[in-house]
Write a protein that binds this ligand. Structure first.
Ligand SMILES: Nc1ncnc2c1ncn2[C@@H]1O[C@H](COP(=O)(O)OP(=O)(O)OP(=O)(O)O)[C@@H](O)[C@H]1O
Ligand SMILES: [Mg+2]
Length: 454
């Protein structure tokens, strides 16, 4: 077996975390000490430093099959810290984030949802020799076609000329899959790219040395030397994919062999047999020294929503041969384990709790709330007056940080309608008058219920 081809490139964390887009990392110095403000995070130093140790342990592969619990009141940054951990681990380490409620799906069994999440969070790094087309883009031209389905012309192909120091290759008509990637990666003349001849995956390696910068490029681009030798060549490449990618590719191969093309839409169940085979392949590749395991992280938010069966499954999964680090988060104290009458700390069964390292997040002090609001408003490009910031900090302290953050955007709309160039305290007050926090709505509704019962 030549190694798993045809695997889609793995996507890093990022999607679905817009409330946390300001977070770039844990904000620790080289000794692992938390800066008061760093990586988009404020305060919560102890939790961040503990998270930093978790990151080191993951990198050394020492936490595989273990667990971490992030426990703390609502809005104290548990999800934020988990995302910071993912950012610190980088692209090559799989990180899967899910909410515990996702296990209750109509189409799939709970254990299947969890098993798939586990396999998505386990990486395999392989070294393989692959045929690639690699060189500097000398010319690029997209072929567009008008489609009856869309008002815009779609990309139907591309013409590309690649060169190295020694060779030039003209590709007259690249297929649409490749053309679309070239378009999305904003590939221009002077970029060094590679195209995998088998998977058709396009990679932008950087800017060719000596080709000058682009006119309006804000990102800092990496400069790379102009490649040597032929454009079309066989080369050793290192790729990371997940156990789930491998499962899918094996299942798809099987589907092709047996003629069931249509069943693999992505979310269908994968058979145990396929997974066993995937494990065997990985084991063999490791034995032959062609691959290594990259244990990643599976983050399960609102873990108290898991039930006994799910917890049991996770506990068992943690003991298996290939297991990621499992990070759970919860804002519950002692509560019933879902679906039972058993009370347990954080709604988590004792035997699992005993295996978890616990990181605690604490309520914020006022100056921390103010700094978090500043970071958020900066990220959202919302200018605040000093008074507005103070007002919002009051609200954050008295009601909740989350509520104060949520008021930022409505307050900006109010300010714009009133012709203010930045948000003033009165705009915040108006937004707070129109939008309510949970404590308030609950109090009101309870009052009505009493009235109704009278
Ligand atoms: N220490 C922090 N520094 C900067 N931003 C923070 C910090 N803590 C929380 N935030 C921001 O405040 C908001 C709420 O935090 P987050 O969602 O992480 O809380 P949580 O502890 O997961 O709450 P819950 O228990 O309700 O799930 C998010 O937008 C988050 O990015
Ligand atoms: Mg959360």
């Amino acid at each position: 077996m030549s190694g798993p081809g045809g695997l889609a490139p793995r996507r890093g964390p990022g999607a679905g975390f817009s409330a946390h887009s300001h977070i770039t990392g844990l904000g620790l110095d080289e000794n692992g000490k938390a800066k008061r403000v760093g990586g988009g995070l404020v305060g919560q130093e102890e939790a961040r430093e503990a998270a930093g140790i978790v990151v080191d342990l993951v990198r050394q592969g020492k936490l595989a099959g273990r667990g971490v619990l992030l426990a703390g009141p609502p809005g104290t940054g548990k999800t934020a810290i988990a995302i910071a951990i993912a950012r610190e681990l980088g692209e090559d380490t799989p990180f899967v984030a899910m909410n515990a409620s996702e296990v209750y799906s109509v189409e799939r069994k709970k254990t299947e949802v969890l098993l798939q999440a586990i396999r998505r969070s386990m990486g395999i790094r392989v070294r393989e020799r692959r045929r690639v087309l690699e060189g500097v883009v000398e010319e690029i031209k997209f072929i567009r076609r008008k489609s009856p389905l869309s008002p815009y012309p779609t990309i139907a192909g591309a013409r590309l000329v690649l060169s190295t120091r020694d060779d030039t290759l003209e590709l007259r008509r690249l297929p649409p899959e490749v053309a679309v990637q070239l378009y999305q990666l904003r590939v221009r003349e002077g970029d060094v790219i590679s195209i995998d001849a088998e998977t058709l995956e396009v990679r932008k390696l950087g800017r060719a040395k000596g080709r000058g910068k682009r006119l309006y490029d804000i990102e800092v681009e990496r400069e790379v030397p102009v490649p040597e030798g032929p454009v079309d060549k066989v080369k050793e490449v290192v790729r990371t994919f997940t156990f789930h990618d491998l499962d899918m590719s094996l299942a798809a191969q099987r589907a092709v062999l047996t003629g069931f093309f249509a069943i693999f839409g992505g979310e269908k169940e994968i058979s145990d047999e396929v997974r066993k085979r995937a494990d065997e392949i990985v084991r063999k590749m490791i034995e032959e020294g062609r691959a290594e395991i990259v244990p990643g992280v599976l983050f399960i938010d609102d873990a108290h929503l898991l039930d006994l069966e799910s917890f049991g499954f996770l506990t068992k999964a943690m003991e298996s041969e290939f297991a990621p680090l499992i990070i759970l988060a919860t804002n519950r104290g002692v509560t019933k384990i879902r679906g039972t009458d058993i009370e347990s700390p954080h709604g988590i069964p004792r035997d699992l709790l005993d295996r978890l390292l616990i990181i605690m997040t604490r309520p914020y002090k006022r100056d921390e709330i103010r700094d978090i609001l500043l970071i958020r408003s900066d990220e959202l490009e919302i200018p605040l007056s000093t008074e507005a910031l103070e007002k919002l900090s009051d609200i954050g302290e008295q009601r909740s940080l989350r509520y104060a953050i949520q008021l930022l955007e409505p307050a900006y709309i109010v300010a714009q309608r009133r012709g203010h160039r930045r948000v003033e305290a009165e705009d915040v007050e108006e937004a707070a008058r129109l939008f309510h926090d949970v404590k308030e709505t609950v109090r009101e509704l309870e009052k009505y219920r009493e009235l109704m019962l009278r």
